[in-house]
Ligand binder design. Structure first.
Ligand code: BV8
Ligand code: ZN
Length: 243
């Protein structure tokens, strides 16, 4: 076990002097809520990977199969709660009023835990978007009627960003700006392989930010970190913020 006490002291010292800390989170921060990560053990569904299902082509080819994939994930999410890692970040936002959480997750758990400022880079699994009229609505039906239809008769899709699709311009712009202005970035529970999200850590580093990765495994972006904490987020973050 890493000697965490000196690591915690160092991080706390840096955090105390931070003007504007930022958090970049991925599926790993929701792992201890019971949500399978994408590239971990539970990442497959019917032996298919998210990369094969979370695409416009897959939806075009078989909207029912893609909706069965999302309905399965919504069923899993309907039964889970935020974990101590999410709540530790809520506590951090009480100390740092404009703490920005940039998340790749579509599960909504940061907001559910009470984090005030969350940028959802990849959308939200609890929203649908109509292919006909474009209307975006919250939909918490579990199970959801497959394929779901809009009042206008149009087919609904999940309001998430699929592979090959552009991220919402306003959200990615705000994320880039946060990465350019921050002096301290936590990178929590992401394998650092999905772009452009993964570029936010090197971007913050290039502007002189102090970077702390919290992940039991090494990642391709571990090399840009000032501190690598090989611990679970749900164990380390509460200890760091003292809850
Ligand atoms: C774009 C929403 C351009 C949907 C997601 C080659 C071919 C085609 C495309 C590309 C290519 N090369 C690059 C690309 C671009 C592509 C990409 O990056 N592909 C990757 C796979 C190589 N990116 C895109 O397509 C993006 N769009 O580029 O558009 C464009 C521009 C203009 C105009 C038109 C087009 C869109 C990417 C968004 C895809 N959507 N999600 C859905 O969820 O269904 S991505 C998906 O992966 C999730 O959002 C997820 O969060 C994200 C990233 O994964 P991670 O969060 O990192 O999760 P992962 O399982 O990988 O890792 C978990 C980590 O947690 C692990 O490291 C593990 O060790 C750790 N962990 C586990 N337990 C814990 C823990 N850590 C802490 N505590 C624990 N307890
Ligand atoms: Zn419609």
């Amino acid at each position: 076990m890493q000697d965490l006490s000196s690591t915690i002291e160092e991080i706390r010292g840096r955090l105390e002097n931070s003007r504007m800390p930022v958090v970049l989170s991925g599926a790993g921060i929701s792992a201890e809520s019971g949500v399978p990560t994408f590239r971990g053990a539970g990442g497959l569904w019917k032996n298919m990977r998210a990369e094969d299902l979370a695409t416009p082509e897959a939806f075009e080819r078989d909207p029912v199969l893609v909706w069965e994939f999302y309905d399965y994930r919504r069923r899993v999410l309907a039964g889970v709660r935020p974990n101590p890692a999410h709540y530790a970040l809520v506590r951090l936002a009480e100390r740092f009023k404009d703490l920005t959480i940039i998340t790749q997750n579509v599960d909504g758990l940061h907001s559910l835990a009470g984090s005030p400022k969350v940028l959802e880079l990849h959308g939200n699994i609890w929203r649908t978007r109509c292919l006909g009229c474009g209307r975006v609505e919250e939909n918490r039906d579990v199970p959801i009627t497959i394929p779901p239809r809009c009042a206008c008769g149009g087919m609904l899709r999940p309001d998430v960003v699929w592979f090959g699709e552009a991220l919402p311009a306003d959200v990615i712009e705000a994320a880039f700006e946060a990465a350019d202005r921050t002096d301290f970035m936590f990178v929590v529970g992401t394998s650092g392989v999905v772009q452009p999200a993964a570029s936010l850590a090197p971007r913050a580093k290039a502007n002189g930010a102090y970077l702390v990765e919290i992940n039991p495994d090494a990642t391709p972006i571990s090399t840009v970190m000032d501190v690598v904490v090989k611990e679970k987020a749900g164990e380390f973050l509460p200890r760091l913020v003292g809850i």
